[in-house]
Write a protein that binds this ligand. Structure first.
Ligand code: XMP
Ligand code: MG
Length: 180
């Protein structure tokens, strides 16, 4: 697996301290409230597992899975819901957890859908962010790391469902996704 990686962008140590920081910020901001953490499958699961353990609030979790039409390394903007929430979010404080915001198209679409369901509040928490790739104005409320425009894997992020279990974030060698 390691031979497919070009360089490490975020180390395990950096991930650990960032998650702690993000968990503390969320716990502060929602003090006295209960939240519903919504993970976007599948990329967010590793991050979400670490994050929720650093949030000192009563919380529940739920998941959504969406698929964007288009090539595997690029999203097209049209989004299809593959798995919807089990929870009624009306009146709830919803925190969406994503692995990465790239063009912003997936999340802006999701935000639109979820807002229509009248949550008390709706915020976005992403571990990674590629600001240079944005196609729509979208700012996460909690943002781990800004990264350059390179395809990354690990810490939940995949290429063709591989590499999610790498415990750090790394740039994939172009050869690795060309051959696949
Ligand atoms: P948009 O463009 O809608 O896309 O913000 C967000 C989704 O695109 C995927 N994505 C990546 N996945 N490495 C990945 O493994 C990347 O570098 C990358 N960039 C975007 C990801 O599924 C995210 O939820
Ligand atoms: Mg993904």
């Amino acid at each position: 697996m390691k031979k497919d990686l070009k360089k490490v962008l975020v180390t395990e140590k950096e991930i650990k301290s960032k998650i702690k920081e993000m968990g503390e910020a969320i716990s502060q901001d929602y003090q006295g409230k209960e939240i519903l953490v919504v993970g976007i499958l599948k990329g967010s699961v590793v991050f979400m597992g670490d994050l929720v353990r650093k949030i000192k609030l009563p919380l529940q979790i739920d998941f959504m899975e969406v698929s964007s039409y288009g090539k595997s390394t690029e999203s097209s903007g049209a989004v299809r819901i593959l798995k919807d929430l089990e929870t009624n979010i009306e009146g709830r404080n919803v925190l969406i957890v994503e692995d990465i915001v790239d063009t912003g198209l997936t999340l802006s679409y999701l935000v639109k859908i979820l807002k229509a369901r009248k949550p008390a509040s709706l915020k976005i928490c992403t571990f990674l962010n590629k600001p240079s790739r944005r196609k729509v104005a979208l700012e996460a409320d909690y943002n781990g790391y800004d990264i350059p425009d390179e395809f990354v894997v690990g810490y939940g992020l995949d290429f063709n469902e591989k590499y999610r279990n790498i415990p750090y974030v790394a740039v994939l060698k172009p050869e690795a996704y060309q051959k696949d």
